[in-house]
Design a protein around this ligand. Structure first.
Ligand SMILES: [Zn+2]
Length: 194
């Protein structure tokens, strides 16, 4: 009996791997942790980790720096003089974030095992679960990511991804949940206040 069950499970994972390889998967976006660079336009305040609200340059310096910058970065503004207050380049943050995004192939299952409709992860009332299956080589990428976009919907990791199987027979299983708030007139909310 036990042997038959594990054989069945094994077969299911093999099928998942074949599905990913065969192209039943679709592309999802994974956002890596953004790179933070100190703003070149204003002085950084190390105590508050924010912009001091003071420009590093005179009007003329800022203009010349921007002219040079645009040669290598057409259409991008990186230097702009301001009197005092909010730096127009970093919006007062003191640093600039570079978003890094990659596209990878995954098998996507929305609401896996949805025969249990009451299931919601702790602290995420009304969220929807999505399960992804992909190549185990993406383990580090998913552990370190800041968010993922599946079918145009932003999701966060539910728990650390797990690799199932051994070697080239392994598959990475990822569980994530939607970060969008439930609609105000949805069933969940009405139930909650009754
Ligand atoms: Zn700045």
């Amino acid at each position: 009996m036990r042997g038959r069950i594990s054989e069945k499970t094994k077969e299911r994972f093999k099928q998942s791997i074949r599905d990913v390889v065969k192209g039943l998967s679709r592309k999802i976006q994974v956002y890596k942790q953004p790179i933070k660079n100190e703003c070149d336009n204003c002085y950084f305040d190390k105590l508050t980790s924010k912009s001091t609200g003071k420009c590093k340059w005179t009007i003329e310096e800022a203009e010349n720096l921007q002219i040079d910058y645009e040669i290598s970065h057409p259409g991008q503004i990186h230097y702009k003089w301001f009197k005092t207050g909010r730096c127009p380049i970093c919006k007062g943050n003191g640093f600039l974030e570079i978003k890094r995004r990659v596209w990878i192939n995954c098998l996507v299952t929305w609401n896996p095992g949805n025969n249990d409709e009451t299931y919601t992860p702790a602290g995420t009332e009304g969220a929807t679960i999505v399960q992804l299956k992909t190549d185990p080589k993406y383990l580090d990428l998913f552990i370190n990511c800041s968010s993922i976009i599946v079918d145009g919907i932003e999701c966060k990791m539910d728990k650390p991804p797990i690799s199932r199987g051994i070697g080239d027979q392994a598959i990475l299983v990822i569980s994530a949940f939607t970060t969008q708030k439930p609609k105000v007139n949805s069933g969940e909310i009405i139930k909650e206040y009754n």
